[in-house]
Design a protein around this ligand. Structure first.
Ligand code: NAI
Length: 719
C-alpha cells in the first residue's frame, strides 16, 4: 500500500509500503493512485514527495503478478497522472530504484537520490523491456546512446553515475526524504512543464541510423538468440523517431510480444530458480539449518594451479584471509604473481583497496594448521587427494572443515581418510573460479549439516550461486555433460564435423559449442582420467573392437587425438587449430577432417548427412535424460537445482531456462518419443534409454515442472 502524510504544512509525503523491496503490486499501485489523486486536488498541498519505507525506494514490478490475470490500476496511466499534475512531484530515491521503480521516478518531475542508492532498468534480464514508459522517457532524459546501453544490458548505476548521466537532479549523503521535502518546497509554485519528460523532444544525434544499426548488431551478437535485447533497441528507436504517444504504443506492442514469448517465461523461471536453490532443500525435502553455518575468517587453499589461484582470489575478495599452499617452487612463484595481478586488477575495477595483504603463501601443508576451512585444489588424482586429506586431518585444528574442489571424484572416499568425515564436503568451483557464478556444494553421506551449511554460506558470501548436490561421479553438472559429449563424438563418427555440431549448439544459444569448450578446458585431463581407469586402448573385454566397452558403444576419437599431442588451445591444436599454442582464435583444421575420414574408413563407418535437428536432439535430450536420472537418484533435490547449475556454470542460455525447463517447453512426451526413437537406432548407447522418471511424468500427463518431484515421490513410495 501507500500512505500519505502532510509534512511542513504543504508537502504531501507518500510512502510506499510493501516489504521487502516495495514492489509495485496491485495494492501499492492503488495506494499511489489514491494518495496522488488526493494530494493533487488538496489546496493545502503545494508539492509532493514519493519515497519508500525502510530505506528502499522501489524494486519494480511484482514479478509474482506476471503469472496472474492483471488486477488493480495499470502502471502507465498511474505514472502519466503523476507527470501530468501541476504540482511538483519529487522522487526520494534510497536503496534501489529498479525497473518499474525507476519508471515511477522518471514520471516524477524531479529525482533526489541518496549517495548509496542504485538505479537501473533490469527488465531485459527477465526477457522483457521497461514498458511503463521507461524506454521512452529515459532516452529523452539522458540521450540515446546512454539509454540504449542501460536498457539493453539492464546494468545498474550508482547515484554518482546517475548524476553524471543526468538521471537525477541531486545526490545527498544526508536524509534523502528530508532533502527531497526541502527541495520540493523550493520548487513549489513553479511550472513543471519543462520537467515532464514525455513532453521533451528526444535528443537526436546526427548519425541516428548508424547508431541504431551498430547497436542492433552488437546486441544480436551478444544476445545468442535472446529477443528481449533486440526489442529494447527497437523501443528506444521508437523514442528517437516517433512522437511520444506513438512511441508508447510501440513500447506496448513490443512488450506484448516479449510477454507472450517462451523466453520471458524461461528467464523469470531462472530468476525464481536462483532464489529457491539458495533455500538449500535436500532431496528428502528437508532443509539445511542455515543457522548452523559457521563464520569463516581464515581459509587455506592447497594447490595453486588454474583453480587454486582463482579460489584464492575469490576468497580474498570476500575478505577471508588465505594461506595459499603450493609445493612446486616454480608454480608457487608464478601463482604469487598471478594472484597479485588478479587482485590488483579486480581492485582497480571495483575502485577499492586491493586485499593483497590477506594472502600468505607457503610451500608447506603445516601452514594450514589454524585455519577454519581448507579447499584442496591439487591434480585430479585420487591417490594424491587421499594422501592430502589424511595429512590435513592430522595437521589442522580439530574443527577445521576440509573441502575438495574435485570435478567428480568420490567425496566420501576422501572423507574416509580423515578423523572427522562429517567435516568433509565438496566445493566444486568452475573456471575461472573468481569469475564463474556457480558453486556445487557436494555432501557425502557423512557430511554434517553444519559443514554443508558453512560451505553454502561461504559460497553465498563469495557472490556465488551455491547449489547443494549429492555425491556421485561428476556430481550434477559434469555427470550430465558426459552423455552430451559422448553423443557429440558419436555424431562425428557418423559423418558430422566439430564445426557443424558447435554451430548447432551455438545457434541454440550456448556460449560455446561442445568441441570448442573441450579445446578450451584441455582434452588431456579427461584422457588421463580415462587412461588411469583403463578405459582407453583396445576394446573391453579384450578381443572386442576399440569402439566397444562392456557391450556399450564407445568413441575413442578424443583419445586418438590426444595421442597426437593435440590437447586443445594449450597446444594450439585440438578439435580445431589455433593461431598459436594458448591462442583462442579457432579455425577449421583440414588435418582433423582427413583424420575423421580415415577413422571412419578403418572402422567401416559410412558418413551420412546429419541435419541440425538430429545434432540438437541427440546432444540435448541425452543430457536432459541424465538430468531426470539425477532427480530419480536424489542427487539433485529439484529440477531448479539442475537448471541453475547449467545456466550459471555451463553456458546454457538463460532465455531457454535450463535443460529441465527446456524439456518442459519442448514437451516431455516429445522428448520421450525422440529418445525412444534414437535408442531404437542405437541400442548400444544406454544414455539414450529414456529414464523411468521421464516415462512416469509423461504417464502422469506431463505436469508443470513445479510438480515433478511430487510425481517422483509418489511413484517411489509405491515401489
Ligand atoms: P592444475 O594442474 O592447474 O593445478 C594443480 C596444482 O596442484 C599444481 O600447481 C600442483 O603443483 C599442485 N599440487 C600438486 N600436489 C600438491 C601438493 N601435495 N600440495 C600442494 N600443491 C600440490 O589443476 P587445476 O585445473 O587447477 O585442477 C585442480 C582441481 O580442480 C582438480 O581436482 C580438478 O579436477 C578440479 N577442477 C578443475 C577445473 C578446471 O576447469 N581446470 C574446474 C573445476 C574443478
Amino acid at each position: 500500500m501507500a500512505q500519505c502524510t502532510l509534512v511542513s504544512g504543504s508537502v504531501a509525503l507518500i510512502t510506499l509500503h510493501s516489504p521487502p523491496v516495495n514492489a509495485l503490486s496491485a495494492v501499492v499501485r492503488q495506494g499511489i493512485v489514491d494518495t496522488v489523486g488526493r494530494a493533487l486536488s488538496d489546496p493545502k498541498v503545494k508539492s509532493v514527495v514519493i519515497c519508500g519505507q525502510n530505506g528502499t525506494f522501489c524494486g519494480g514490478a511484482d514479478i509474482k503478478e506476471f503469472a496472474r490475470p492483471m488486477s488493480g490500476p495499470p502502471l502507465v496511466p498511474m505514472i502519466h497522472a503523476i507527470e501530468a499534475g501541476d504540482k511538483p512531484v519529487v522522487a526520494a530515491i534510497e536503496g534501489i530504484a529498479f525497473g518499474g521503480g525507476l519508471e515511477l521516478a522518471l514520471g516524477c518531475h524531479y529525482r533526489i537520490a541518496h549517495a548509496k542508492s542504485r538505479l537501473g532498468l533490469p527488465e531485459v534480464s527477465l526477457g522483457l523491456l521497461p514498458a511503463a514508459g521507461g524506454s521512452q522517457r529515459l532516452p529523452r532524459l539522458i540521450g540515446i546512446p546512454a539509454a540504449l546501453e542501460l536498457i539493453t544490458t539492464g546494468r545498474h548505476v550508482t547515484a554518482a553515475e546517475a548524476l553524471k548521466l543526468g538521471m537525477v537532479d541531486q545526490v545527498t549523503e544526508q536524509n534523502t526524504v528530508e532533502a527531497a521535502v526541502k527541495f520540493s518546497q523550493g520548487v513549489a509554485g513553479r511550472s513543471v512543464d519543462a520537467c515532464r519528460l514525455s513532453a521533451r523532444p528526444c535528443p537526436s544525434p546526427p548519425d541516428l541510423d548508424a547508431l541504431f544499426e551498430e547497436a542492433m548488431q552488437r546486441v544480436r551478437q551478444s544476445a545468442r538468440g535472446a529477443i528481449a535485447p533486440v526489442a529494447c533497441v527497437q523501443a528506444v528507436r521508437a523514442a528517437a523517431t516517433l512522437p511520444y504517444l506513438e512511441g508508447m504504443e510501440r513500447e506496448k506492442e513490443l512488450m506484448a510480444t516479449l510477454f507472450n514469448s517462451g523466453q520471458a517465461r524461461a528467464m523469470q523461471y531462472c530468476f525464481f530458480a536462483q532464489r529457491v536453490v539458495g533455500k538449500w532443500t535436500l532431496p528428502n525435502g528437508a532443509r539445511w539449518d542455515t543457522s548452523k553455518a559457521r563464520h569463516i575468517s581464515k581459509a587455506a587453499v592447497i594447490g595453486l594451479g588454474t583453480m587454486g589461484r582463482g579460489i584464492t582470489v575469490a576468497l580474498a575478495q570476500t575478505g577471508v584471509s588465505v594461506i595459499a599452499v603450493e609445493t612446486q617452487e616454480r608454480q608457487l612463484a608464478e601463482a604469487k604473481q598471478a594472484v597479485s595481478g588478479m587482485l590488483e586488477r579486480g581492485a582497480k575495477r571495483r575502485g577499492g583497496a586491493s586485499p593483497l595483504g590477506l594472502v600468505h603463501y607457503s610451500p608447506h601443508l603445516q601452514a594450514a594448521a589454524d585455519v577454519d576451512l581448507v579447499i584442496e585444489a591439487v591434480f585430479e588424482d585420487m591417490a594424491l587427494k587421499k594422501e592430502i586429506f589424511h595429512q590435513l586431518s592430522a595437521v589442522c585444528k580439530p574443527g577445521t572443515l576440509l573441502c575438495t574442489n574435485t570435478s567428480g571424484l568420490d567425496v566420501d572416499c576422501l572423507a574416509s581418510k580423515t578423523k572427522k568425515p562429517e567435516l568433509v564436503v565438496g566445493m566444486h568451483f568452475f573456471a575461472p573460479a573468481h569469475v564463474m557464478k556457480l558453486l556445487e556444494v557436494v555432501y557425502g553421506p557423512r557430511s554434517s549439516p553444519e559443514a554443508v551449511a558453512t560451505a553454502m554460506q561461504l559460497g553465498k558470501r563469495m557472490g556465488k550461486v551455491s547449489v547443494a548436490v549429492g555425491n556421485c561421479p561428476g556430481f550434477v553438472g559434469n555427470r550430465m555433460l558426459k552423455p552430451y559429449m559422448e553423443q557429440a563424438s558419436f555424431l562425428l563418427e557418423e559423418g558430422a564435423t566439430p564445426e557443424l555440431v558447435d554451430q548447432v549448439l551455438e545457434e541454440f544459444g550456448f556460449a560455446m559449442g561442445v568441441f570448442k569448450m573441450s579445446d578450451l578446458s584441455g582434452l588431456d585431463v579427461g584422457w588421463r582420467i580415462r587412461k588411469e581407469a583403463g578405459q582407453t586402448g583396445p576394446g573391453v573385454p579384450s578381443g572386442q573392437p576399440m569402439r566397444v566397452r562392456q557391450g556399450r558403444r564407445y568413441s575413442p576419437l578424443a583419445d586418438l587425438i590426444c595421442e597426437q599431442g593435440r590437447f586443445g588451445q594449450k597446444t594450439g591444436r585440438g578439435w580445431y587449430q589455433y593461431d598459436k599454442p594458448g591462442g583462442q582464435v579457432a579455425s577449421s583444421d583440414p588435418w582433423l577432417h582427413s583424420f575423421l575420414e580415415e577413422y571412419r574408413a578403418q572402422n567401416g563407418l559410412v558418413a551420412r548427412r546429419i541435419n541440425h535437428q538430429e545434432v540438437l536432439e541427440r546432444c540435448l535430450y541425452t543430457l536432459i535424460n541424465e538430468g531426470f536420472r539425477i532427480l530419480e537418484d536424489g542427487i539433485a533435490a529439484m529440477p531448479q537445482d539442475i537448471d541453475a547449475i547449467y545456466v550459471f556454470g555451463y553456458g546454457w542460455p538463460r532465455h531457454r531456462g535450463g535443460p529441465m525447463f527446456y524439456a518442459g517447453m519442448v514437451g516431455l512426451a516429445r522428448v520421450l518419443e525422440k529418445l525412444e526413437h534414437y535408442h531404437q537406432v542405437h541400442p548400444d548407447v544406454p544414455y539414450l534409454e529414456p529414464s523411468s522418471l521421464l516415462r512416469r511424468l509423461v504417464a502422469s500427463s506431463s505436469p508443470p515442472i513445479q510438480r515433478w518431484m511430487q510425481v517422483n515421490k509418489m511413484s517411489q513410495s509405491q515401489l
